[in-house]
Design a protein around this ligand. Structure first.
Ligand SMILES: NC(=O)c1ccc[n+]([C@@H]2O[C@H](COP(=O)([O-])OP(=O)(O)OC[C@H]3O[C@@H](n4cnc5c(N)ncnc54)[C@H](O)[C@@H]3O)[C@@H](O)[C@H]2O)c1
Length: 337
């Protein structure tokens, strides 16, 4: 791995935790990450066009359910975390992590306008010795085909002047066991130097960082994780309806199946998968438009089957109604029922 002087200096700053890190997008993904990076010792600036969100972080508040306000307040008071709507100082940052929304367009195409907007702001101020990481959920190829051309347009060379990597967010809102710090983090850089720099950043804040050979592998791994989740949520919701009709207790069935110690993972019936990165099973599975609404007759206080609704607040352990951004209409409820 050949490292140029600006990237060697960056590596040193990240490794000893002295670096200044920007997090673009202070939402469900960005704010908890900003807190973890600040806890790790970095000086963190959250950048978000939502001025109310910026003000609330500045007051030490948290708009994320799973993130206690005390954690934000402590870091703001200590001067390790700040928030702004302005990009003007971004050139002074060592690393910028982009956590902006990637919703679907009305035609259900990926909407990368937020990624392009943030990438354009970064590109305007890009200087030798900076690391840029994309965390937003997106299709394979985005980092190299969309972000890289924007960043390289000014003549700086990736892997030599600046570094670029993709690292998917794996947050599972409401999960009491896994959070940013203890969830293994994939990193795939455009070059091996880029991977090493992204690894240096995250390993200060996350217990385990898993390098892969490039952004496309990391992007595709995220896709596999989401598809796996979507398919299994849809499957168990279909099973719930089937069991309902057969008069079989789906919960007992799941518990019975889960005694198998290999080759099975428990998914529970719920309101379904949702969010911008997970096109709903409802829209992609024509048969699923057949709406069945039996939610009554719960077993052990749990619904026997699921229903299609936009207001349900029920959630299963895997089938979060807010996972994957939830900024799109699909987040409300996209049950396969
Ligand atoms: N929420 C989840 O559970 C989850 C899990 C894994 C991955 N993701 C992915 O992470 C990404 C972010 O999701 P989220 O849930 O944090 O979204 P969010 O809507 O909660 O937050 C996104 C934030 O980005 C800000 N933003 C918009 N344009 C910006 C710009 N140009 N520059 C800076 N900030 C900008 C918005 O104002 C908002 O505050 C999406 O791609 C999503 O699919 C989300």
């Amino acid at each position: 791995m050949t490292e140029t002087a600006p990237l060697a200096a960056l590596q040193a700053r990240l490794t000893d935790g002295r670096g200044a890190v920007g997090v673009a997008g202070l939402g469900y993904v960005g704010l908890p990450l900003a807190v973890e990076l600040a806890r790790a010792g970095f000086s963190v600036t959250g950048i978000d066009p939502d001025t109310e969100r910026v003000r609330s972080v500045g007051r030490g508040e948290s708009h994320i359910e799973a993130l206690p306000a005390g954690a934000v307040a402590e870091l703001v008071r200590a001067g390790r975390l700040r928030a702004t709507s302005e990009w003007v100082d971004a050139g002074a940052l060592d690393a910028i992590v982009i956590c902006v929304p990637t919703p679907l367009t009305p035609n259900r195409e990926p909407d990368l306008s937020f990624v392009r907007a943030a990438g354009t702001e970064v590109a305007r101020r890009l200087r030798p010795g900076q690391l840029v990481v994309l965390e937003s959920t997106t299709y394979p190829g985005t980092t190299e085909e969309v972000l890289l051309p924007l960043l390289a347009a000014g003549g700086l060379r990736v892997g030599q002047d600046f570094a670029l990597a993709y690292s998917p967010e794996r947050v599972d809102p409401g999960n009491p066991h896994y959070h940013v710090a203890n969830t293994p983090k994939l990193v795939g850089g455009v070059t091996p130097t880029c991977t090493a720099l992204a690894q240096a950043l995250y390993q200060k804040a996350v217990t385990k960082v898993v390098p892969v050979s490039g952004p496309r592998v990391a992007e595709t791994a995220k896709l596999l994780e989401n598809v796996f989740r979507n398919v299994n949520i849809a499957l168990v919701n279909e099973l719930a309806m089937l069991c309902d009709r057969m008069g079989v207790d789906v919960w007992e069935v799941i518990e019975a199946a889960a005694t198998k110690p290999f080759g099975f993972m428990r998914f529970q019936p719920g309101p379904g998968v949702g969010g911008t990165a997970s096109p709903s099973t409802r829209s992609t599975w024509p048969g699923s438009r057949r709406s069945t609404t039996s939610t009554r007759g719960s077993s052990r206080g749990r619904p026997r089957s699921t229903r299609t609704c936009r207001t349900s607040s029920r959630r299963s352990s895997r089938g979060s109604s807010r996972s994957e951004a939830g900024t799109s209409a699909a987040a409300g409820c996209s049950s396969s029922a």
